[in-house]
Design a protein around this ligand. Structure first.
Ligand code: DSN
Length: 449
């Protein structure tokens, strides 16, 4: 980045510091990942100079000969990576997971229709129809939530919403209960997927439920996309009516999103993307996705995906030995969710303490949550990034040990206000020692940056 350094040392310095942060800490936020240099070169290329509103061969701007070729190749690679049926196609122009979902809604629904997704505190997503009433927690014993007064996401502002919850005992999806709720409300769209549900989803069963009530079925695989492409998790392709995903999580293909569906549905979705929702596509991001999708076809990527899941399962087992309560007693994928209600620190304080120790995670709500999402009971951890560094079970065992040590060291600060807690933890010598240990581990598994 010599040009940037010479022209704008301030921005250059900040990027350098962020690079060092990524190199020296264990990134364990499950939605984050790092990309190959090739993906980053494509993403940082001259392709971002070009406007290309429209679809391949039918743009509103001249000069799109090469942009057309890149988008066509990306769609071809998406078809291959996700093993699409012959009559399915892809939209690769939508910018993010949220706009992908919104484009599907615009294509298939009318304003005011009912949509039904997983309850956000149980691991759903904002864009699946989230609203709530401040300081009025949902009844933890009810398996359905009809939303609240604060329509915080556009999906709940323009559609009516219902959320199904996980089973209070098993913390798993209860398909019979989901069917019962769907039959009561007859939503026009049923959505699965989200941010923190650690288990496989029975896509066939969900499609049966959707068919029974006359709903479309959308499988949002933002988190699992790379694991599905590699065959490390089940695929909803060819089962759900539409599949959406982001490309920057387990798929490791730069920032963006993909929508997969039958080609007739994709035609409607293309119109919802443009002119419905967005202007010019991010050609540079599409090129990054294209490069990343080719990587998913390699044996190296497949090994990576399977190891990511193995590492997460091992992390769950190791943390359970230290009496960390793992939601649903384990995981089938790249993430685990921990219920910290039996521990001295809940999610917000624990996540901050871990960050000072060089382990970057995020605080998260858990099923039957009674606390605010700003100070929830859980912690979410993921293995996609550290597996990409080359870490395996031995390193995972070590990380679990360090996580437990952080909890023990910081117990003494548990009653401090957050402001004082932050200061105490940042000054703690034992925490600094762990941060140094983490740094040494990271040096043994450097990021190719
Ligand atoms: N940011 C995503 C995640 O962390 O799961 C959700 O949008």
């Amino acid at each position: 980045m010599s040009n940037l350094e010479a022209q704008d040392p301030e921005v250059h310095e900040l990027i350098k510091l962020e690079t060092q942060r990524q190199q020296t800490k264990l990134s364990m936020i499950p939605s984050e990942n790092f990309f190959s240099k090739a993906v980053r070169e494509a993403t940082g290329s001259v392709l971002s100079h070009k406007y290309a509103e429209g679809n391949i061969g039918r743009r509103y701007y001249e000069g799109n000969k090469f942009i057309d070729k890149i988008e066509k190749l990306t769609i071809e690679r998406a078809k291959q990576a996700f093993n699409l049926p012959p009559n399915w196609s892809a939209n690769v122009q939508t910018l993010s997971g949220s706009t992908a979902n919104l484009s599907v809604y615009l294509a298939l629904l009318n304003i005011g229709d009912y949509i039904m997704g997983l309850y956000l505190p149980d691991g759903g997503h904002l864009s699946h129809g989230w609203s709530y009433t401040p300081k009025v927690p949902a009844d933890p014993n009810k398996t359905v939530y009809y939303g609240g007064k604060q329509k915080v996401n556009i999906s709940s502002k323009i559609f009516n919403t219902i959320s199904y919850k996980t089973d209070p005992k098993t913390q798993l999806l209860d398909y019979d209960e989901i069917e019962r709720i769907a039959l009561l409300q007859k939503p026009k769209l049923i959505i699965t997927g989200g941010t923190a549900y650690p288990r496989e989803i029975d896509y066939q069963r969900m499609k049966q439920i959707a068919d029974k009530v006359g709903a479309f079925y959308l499988a949002d695989i933002a988190h699992e996309a790379g694991l599905i492409a590699a065959g490390a998790m089940n695929s909803p392709v060819g089962i759900a009516d539409v599949v959406t995903m982001t490309t920057h999580k387990t798929l490791r293909s730069g920032r963006g999103a993909i929508i997969l569906a039958h080609e007739d549905t994709i035609k409607k979705i293309n119109k919802a993307v443009l002119p419905g929702l967005l202007g010019g596509p991010f050609n540079h991001s599409i090129a990054g996705i294209c490069v990343g999708l080719k990587e998913t076809q390699t044996d190296k990527f497949k090994e990576y995906a399977f190891q990511t899941v193995k590492n997460a399962k091992h992390l769950a087992e190791e943390l359970a030995k230290f009496d960390f309560k793992i939601i649903s007693k384990g995981t089938d994928k790249h993430l685990i969710l921990i219920d910290l209600t039996n521990k001295p620190l809940l999610g917000k304080k624990f996540a901050r303490a871990l960050d000072h120790a060089g382990i970057v995670a995020n605080y998260n709500t858990i099923p039957q949550e009674t606390k605010s999402p700003l100070n929830p009971s859980g912690l979410r951890l993921g293995t996609p990034w550290i597996t990409g560094r080359g870490m395996k079970e031995a390193e995972i065992s070590k990380i679990a040990l360090l996580i437990n040590q952080v909890m023990k060291i910081t117990e003494q600060y548990k009653d401090l206000k957050f402001k004082d807690f932050k200061e105490a933890v940042s000054a703690d010598i034992e925490i600094q020692k762990i941060a140094n240990e983490v740094k040494v581990m990271c040096e043994q598994f450097p990021l190719d940056m």
